[in-house]
Design a protein around this ligand. Sequence first.
Ligand code: KIV
Ligand code: ZN
Length: 544
Amino acid sequence: MNKSTVINPQEINAGNRVLIFDTTLRDGEQSPGATMNLEEKLQVARALARLHVDVIEAGFPIASPGDHDAVKAVAEEVDGPIVCGLARSLEKDIKSAASAVKNAKHGRIHVFLATSAIHRQFKLKKAKEEIVKQAVEAVKMALSYCKDIEFSPEDASRTEPEFLCEVVEAVIAAGATTVNIPDTVGYAVPEQYGGLMHTLKTKVPNIEQAVISVHCHNDLGLAVANSLAAVKLGARQIECTINGIGERAGNAALEEIVMAMRTRADYFGFTNGIDTPKLFGTSRLVSNTTGIHVQRNKAIVGENAFAHESGIHQDGVLKERTTYEIMHPADVGVDQSKLVMGKHSGRNAFGSRLKELGYELDDKRLMEAFEKFKVLCDKKKTIYDADLVALVEDQLVAAAPVWELDLLQVASGNRAVPTATVILRKGTGEQAQTFRDAAIGDGPIDALTNAIDRITGMTGKLLDYQVQSVTEGREAQGEVNVKVDFNGQLVHGRGFSTDIVEASAKAYLNAVCRAILTQAKPEEGAIARPGHIAPAPRAGVATP
Ligand code: KIV
Ligand code: ZN
């Protein structure tokens, strides 16, 4: 049993330090197509620990054995932040979360139950008294496994304030040391949501025995504003995600919250523990891992966040940076001299640069990546951070291959029938087998995905296909991101190569492998995630 807790609500409530609770691996992973495998989740969790978040919500253990194992692995490996597992107010969920976080140095179980009239009437079909009873029992049960319990009245912002106060008081009395007030559907507006914190602070007699947390969704684009308004009026924990990824329009973006608090410390008067120069690298790690890219004009971590186009602005910045810049790019980790390494760089410098970019590789992987780096140096004169990330990502993507690309030959042209011949390898060493097939299509990409489908027996529908250059110049590597629908299972895939047709084949094959690996660990009865509709049953894997 995990007995330790690092939360002292009275102390936190009396101070001006705001706890940063990162839910990229849980709510963030609920973004369609953002599924991460265990190794990817560990990479992200390690980066979050280096960023110094206070809490990592590592997953929803009951959702699937894969989710459970990932939370357990993060709890066992990642030191520093509290590691939290989500559970509905049900015995089986709480037991699963408890077993997943039990080996964490500081574990937390986050229990939730919806409280709004809409959810009570249509989803739970329960009266108010039953909700209070179930919430209290759930908190008590969770407390028998773990000292640090957080409770969320789901859809709190649409719950009658008096009833919300009643639930909050009851769960605190039952032992919850954090009460989270989710704006589950992104309905709140800052003044009103801040006012709700004030109501809780003044109407709930035992409120000082818990930290008030906020968890805002971005359906109206107000998630960050709502979170900050809440902190002004008494909340001391903010739940957020890197790049603001999450269910539907996403969650409050961690980097925006942290930099708003830092840049406008004069107004907010709060601190947090985030090591801000790691924000940019962590953002890129998450976008590369999930395949969800940040828009160019995204605050803090977008490509254009520190780019000045207008001549008047450029002139002003050259004369005095603060004329048009409210933050220093280096404070969020934007490296303006992007050129990093070359042919003569050593393995140690290569490894430490990767670490700065958020990737910690074991010796074997580092050696393999370094070999690939040397090969790339022969193809490309200048190597940028983005090239290094592409190289490691390509390696991680290929780390658990079910199928590997051996040969690709594509013919296309304005008067040719696009045709692709593909040879794929399955298995390694003596077990390795190769399979070949060919197909035609509407274009070269369609032809190659058809050929891959013929070999693997999977039927994928390409929903999204994006190609971009990793860096500038004619010799740049191409990065292809795809989103593929395999009979209702949405999967993303990525591929890199200096040849974009090959990068496309690698990206599609990566999606195929992810789909197969996920299907190999089927969900137990398709658990619906909060605010999310249970996925359609998955199709079996057709073997060639
Ligand atoms: O949005 C929500 O209500 C949630 C809860 C489980 C905290 O994600
Ligand atoms: Zn949420």
